[in-house]
Ligand binder design. Structure first.
Ligand SMILES: NC(=O)C1=CN([C@@H]2O[C@H](COP(=O)(O)OP(=O)(O)OC[C@H]3O[C@@H](n4cnc5c(N)ncnc54)[C@H](O)[C@@H]3O)[C@@H](O)[C@H]2O)C=CC1
Ligand SMILES: CC(=O)C(=O)O
Ligand SMILES: [Mg+2]
Length: 371
């Protein structure tokens, strides 16, 4: 197969979808790999390393799209890329369709095949291509939250761990999945008093077993959230309903219950956010303030730590990308239900329920495209 690896052009996105080690794996199987010049630079991989691994370096994004059958990316295509995507392309990347009707309609119009990292799903319902980035984002949420709690950023001026004789900060984490668990470990490690809320009792039981003593688990419901936000210093949004828009657990009117300088880090922003007042921000301009509450809503948090994130992401994506390259998307999805669940848009049809529901679009049975 002809594989294209463009350079990411979203603001401050320094990850790349394939490492030189990945190129070598594809080459071993006789696939051609076209990498855009300097695509790996932000993650510490030079064009020379890609060339040595067997890639062809192309100077422009246009040439990469023109040559390739499968495009492997990190982030969803942005407007400048829409025109490059044609009906013969298979796109394998994060899409987060349910949070953008514009993107969904653009990909429908392109008639391409869109296989989304974030909905590839194992039989145990885990999301193997979201997990590594959720691990990164969960850990980063606390690092960023701690920073914006500083007074110079208009935060409450509270140190997460406190000091002897002074109480630690209260950290509330909404959603105890991968992001929530990693955020809780980080916050607890810094000495904060941590509360994790989830709607899954089995998950809360599990968390209660593995978490240190300064972490408590509480059932997620509106009453408990309203009570908890009154005394929280840092709130992390980490809920997910796979492939669907995130529910608004914190509504606009609830901001006035919080103390001025409270920091909200809505990691779920890529699925629309679980805080009503959240709108996507960038690493260049990560925060804004509403009613004295600091909102941090960067949709590609792992992009800021590309050395860690690129390797973590590609460790997970490469085995799936190899199946797609070896067999073509149809056969690979027929043989592997995990990949099949990643199919979101095929040749103009929406085949993923969460996306169809988000925009009132017709849902087409994915099997009609696999025969
Ligand atoms: N902003 C960024 O850069 C990144 C964002 N993410 C996003 O973070 C979000 C969370 O991802 P994961 O932790 O991997 O998902 P996950 O599926 O591991 O965990 C989500 C948790 O939310 C819980 N949940 C669902 N409804 C809830 C409710 N009403 N109240 C409380 N909990 C509820 C579920 O029971 C589950 O335990 C996703 O939207 C993901 O796309 C992930 C990585 C990077
Ligand atoms: C999960 C995701 O959207 C990211 O890593 O940017
Ligand atoms: Mg994201």
């Amino acid at each position: 197969m002809l594989i294209g690896v463009p350079k990411e052009i979203k603001a401050n996105e320094n990850r790349v979808a394939v490492t030189p080690a990945g190129v070598a794996e594809f080459r071993k199987r006789n696939h051609e790999v076209y990498v855009q010049a300097s695509a790996g630079e932000g993650s510490g991989f030079s064009d020379e390393e890609y060339r040595n691994a067997g890639a062809t370096i192309l100077p422009t994004i246009e040439e990469v799209y023109a040559k390739a059958e499968m495009i492997i990316k990190v982030k969803e295509p942005i407007e400048q890329e829409y025109g490059l995507i044609k009906s013969h392309h298979l796109l394998f990347t994060y899409f987060h369709f349910a949070s953008s009707e514009t993107l969904t309609r653009a990909m429908i119009d392109s008639k391409s095949v869109c296989l989304a990292y974030e909905t590839v799903e194992k039989a145990d319902r885990s999301l193997p291509l979201l997990i590594p980035m959720s691990e990164v984002a969960g850990r980063m949420a606390i690092q960023q939250g701690a920073k914006y709690l500083e007074k110079q950023f208009k935060g409450r001026g509270v140190l997460l761990g406190g000091v002897p004789g002074v109480k630690p900060a209260n950290v509330l984490i909404l959603g105890g999945g991968i992001v929530g668990t990693h955020a809780a470990f980080m916050a607890a490690g810094l000495g904060a008093h941590v509360t994790i809320m989830d709607i899954s009792l089995p998950r809360l039981r599990y968390l209660a077993e593995i978490m240190p003593r300064n972490v408590q688990t509480v059932m997620s419901n509106e009453y408990n959230i309203r009570e908890a936000i009154k005394v929280s210093d840092l709130i992390v949004g980490a809920v997910l309903i796979p492939g669907a828009k995130a529910p608004h657990l914190i509504t606009r009117d609830m901001l006035k219950l919080m103390r001025p300088g409270t920091v909200l880090v809505d990691v779920a922003v890529d699925q629309g956010g679980c805080i009503e007042t959240c709108k996507p921000t960038t690493h260049e301009n990560p925060t804004y303030i509403i009613d004295d509450i600091i909102h941090y809503c960067v949709a590609n948090m792992p992009g800021a730590v590309p050395y860690t994130s690129t390797v973590a992401l590609t460790n997970a994506t490469l085995p799936y990308a190899i199946q797609l390259a070896d067999k073509g998307w149809k056969q690979a999805c027929k043989d592997n239900n995990e990949l099949k669940l990643g199919l979101n848009v095929i040749k103009g049809d929406v085949v993923y329920k969460g996306v169809a529901d988000a925009f009132g679009l017709p849902l087409v049975d994915v099997n009609t495209h696999l025969s």
